[in-house]
Design a protein around this ligand. Structure first.
Ligand code: PMP
Length: 403
């Protein structure tokens, strides 16, 4: 069997349709965010990063960096084992207590990433709750889809953000254990779920509510507890899932919920049990980041100001972007080849890095630049991005391609 021919054939097909992924070679420099070094043919150059999920710049916050450095010095590098076998350090337990407090829940459970937390929690719930049905929002993230698939539970898709459709489908399922999985802020469109209505529907049907707040934790709510905190709904959601890798600026994922729910996942989820725990220094840095963002609104306020400023400038230039009430600005291109070309020109000619978002991350025909302004983007950075986009819009005749 010539495996290379199989690999190359599929890679060539991806390239032909414009969906082959290439990654920028970047070096983040503490103290310089959002400027980074881009290693490229012929050397290096400074680029301004406009697509980072370190939304608040916490990855270079002095308290977070110090916590990580101090803990590496005191504990060494790795955890030394799974949580089950010697890797259950005090730093993990402190972080879980911090997370439970952040969401006003009895308990929390850490995973190595947000992806793993969704995959592990949903596959465990779906497979271990007898006769369970999982009702999944049609816009859910790949990590939820994979977890549901792996559970082998029956799955019912409901129309994105449509709580009436959810209600109808819950009725149709009848008297079985029901799990409703959805997100608060959707990563690619930046739209926000009608959480109150969804929660009410879940309560009316006795369903377990499962929300992914990956793009909202640290960002919304007076203490950074996400949209569920902002709306005063956290106590009515059965399970809140989040990441430590985006607004908190570190890495890792988690779930929070009742003590018995977290103990259930802890006891049965292979994605929790059979993998080495996060390094203690990562846990300590995440704890420092969460503690800071519980007290400080300054980063969230500055970030919101930057988002509003950029949106207003794009509007003035007539550059279309999806309207939403979040911090994510999707500038729609609607064609994979054009999307990559614009991204390349921005990088090569302007030193502006915005990764093109193509299929399968978004549906075909909705290719886009996903722009995430942060508190550390200056007025000059915004001026430069806007004039680059304005120039490209004029010269590349993009207006007609926009969705
Ligand atoms: N859920 C959503 C909605 C996401 O967008 C992502 C990652 N982009 C994840 C979960 C996975 O989180 P992590 O990056 O921490 O693995």
């Amino acid at each position: 069997m010539d495996f290379d021919t199989i690999f190359q054939g599929q890679l060539d097909a991806l390239k032909a349709e414009g969906n082959y992924r290439s990654f920028a070679d970047l070096e983040r420099r503490r103290g310089s965010f959002p400027t980074a070094t881009n290693h490229c043919a012929g050397g290096t150059r400074d680029v301004t990063v406009w697509c980072s999920n370190d939304y608040l710049g916490m990855g270079q916050h002095p308290a977070v960096v110090q916590a990580m450095v101090d803990t590496v010095q005191s504990c060494g590098t790795g955890a030394g084992g799974t949580r089950n076998i010697s890797g259950n350090t005090h730093h993990h337990l402190l972080l879980e207590a911090e997370l439970a407090d952040l969401h006003g829940k009895e308990s929390a459970l850490l995973f190595t990433s947000g992806y793993v937390s969704n995959w592990a929690a949903l596959s465990t719930l779906g497979s271990r709750i007898p006769n369970a049905v999982i009702l999944s929002d049609a816009g859910n993230h790949a990590s939820m889809i994979e977890g549901i698939r792996h559970s082998r539970a029956d799955k019912v898709l409901w129309k994105h953000n449509d709580w009436r459709d959810l209600d109808r489908k819950l009725y149709a399922v009848g008297d079985r254990p029901k799990i409703v999985a959805f997100e608060s802020v959707y990563s690619m469109d930046g739209d926000v779920a009608p959480i109150r209505e969804i929660v009410e529907v879940c309560e009316a049907h006795g369903a377990l509510s499962y929300i992914d707040e990956v793009h909202a934790v640290g960002m919304y709510g007076p203490r950074g507890g996400g949209v569920t905190e902002r709306e005063g709904l956290a106590h009515r959601i059965s399970l809140i899932e989040g990441t430590l890798g985006k607004a908190f600026g570190v890495v890792g994922g988690y779930i929070t919920g009742s003590a018995s729910l977290c103990d259930f996942i802890r006891s049965f989820a292979s994605g929790f049990i059979f993998t080495t725990a996060l390094p203690p220094a990562v846990a300590a840095a995440a704890t420092a980041s969460i503690r800071h963002l519980k007290r400080s609104d300054a980063e969230r306020m500055a970030q919101r100001d930057r988002v509003a400023h950029l949106r207003a400038r794009l509007d003035r230039l007539g550059i279309p972007h999806l309207a939403n009430e979040s911090h994510i600005i999707p500038v729609m291109i609607g064609d994979p080849v054009k999307c990559r070309m614009i991204s390349d020109i921005l990088l090569n000619d302007w030193g502006i890095y915005v990764q093109p978002i193509n299929y399968p991350t978004v549906p075909k025909g909705t290719e886009r630049l996903r722009i995430t302004p942060g508190p550390l983007h200056s007025d000059a950075d915004i001026d430069r991005l806007v004039s680059a986009l304005g120039t490209l819009w004029k010269h590349c005749a993009l207006a007609h391609a926009v969705a």
